[in-house]
Design a protein around this ligand. Sequence first.
Ligand SMILES: [Zn+2]
Length: 323
Amino acid sequence: MGELRKVWAGDTPSGAEGAWSVERSVGGVPGLAVCINFLDAKEVEAMRTIFGSHRTWAQYSYGTARGAKGLLAVVQRIDFGPEGLQAEGLVGGSPVWRLGKARAALLQLLGDRLRRVFGEARLWMETQPDTMQLTKIGANQKIANHLDRRDKWLEGIATLAWSELPCEADLRGESWTLNMEIGKGPTKRVAKVPMQPGSAYVLMGAAQGCTRVCKRKCVGHSTCTCCWTHGVDMVPGASVTRHSMTLRVLNEDSDDSDDDDDAEAAAEAAAADEEGQRADAGETGKASAEGGSKGGGEGDGGDEDDDGIEMAAAETETEAASC
Ligand SMILES: [Zn+2]
């Protein structure tokens, strides 16, 4: 955290005119806003240090790989939530660690800049991000398309991404693809949005599909024809792991007792999608390129016993002090 503070450029762009400019409705997706160059190379390097200080990565399945690409829909994740949230417990099979002081400070730092930069998109006007998710996606992995649980999160999901290692063309790493989809069968639309390392993107409105903004008021992970799903594809020939940090706002009215994980939902959505595609023969070519799934996706990491969780929590707390 000290390293990041030292290099942190604050909330006001000091560089060229148009720095931190935000493009909205990117790829024709209403509610998707993107800011390239959100993090500079020094800030990314500090973020890598923070990622490197974490050891409690849990593996999440986003559906089963298929097709010639051989991509695994599996990622490594750590979730942090506010004090009040069933700390170091299992939320629907997902361990959620307490934020702690250092991470709360990090959340504040990133949250402030995000709110400033995405002000025109009205990000978090009346709310405050209170959870943080760290994700690593290997060069041969991906996140299948899904909706984050619609009634669990309030509007506004912000993600920053970069690569684990610097690359020749850009010290912040390699580009990747945000895959947005809506509809099924013949009416299905896909927007593949190229994303640069160090950029930030925000999902709101139809791009996120939270219950309050969905025309059908959908809950859980159910799909509709008015909201978009999102997924992550690495570019062909990708050689480095993608790092990302996602900030969200918990809906306090949401009932977490029967929570299921977003990853599990991705598997379900992909399976449903696959069925839809099977029914629609015209789509088969595209379907195999999109790597859906069937079954799988327990998405838990919940096979740790209580002792395991506590030990991991203690470890995390120690690390928090050093980052
Ligand atoms: Zn909808």
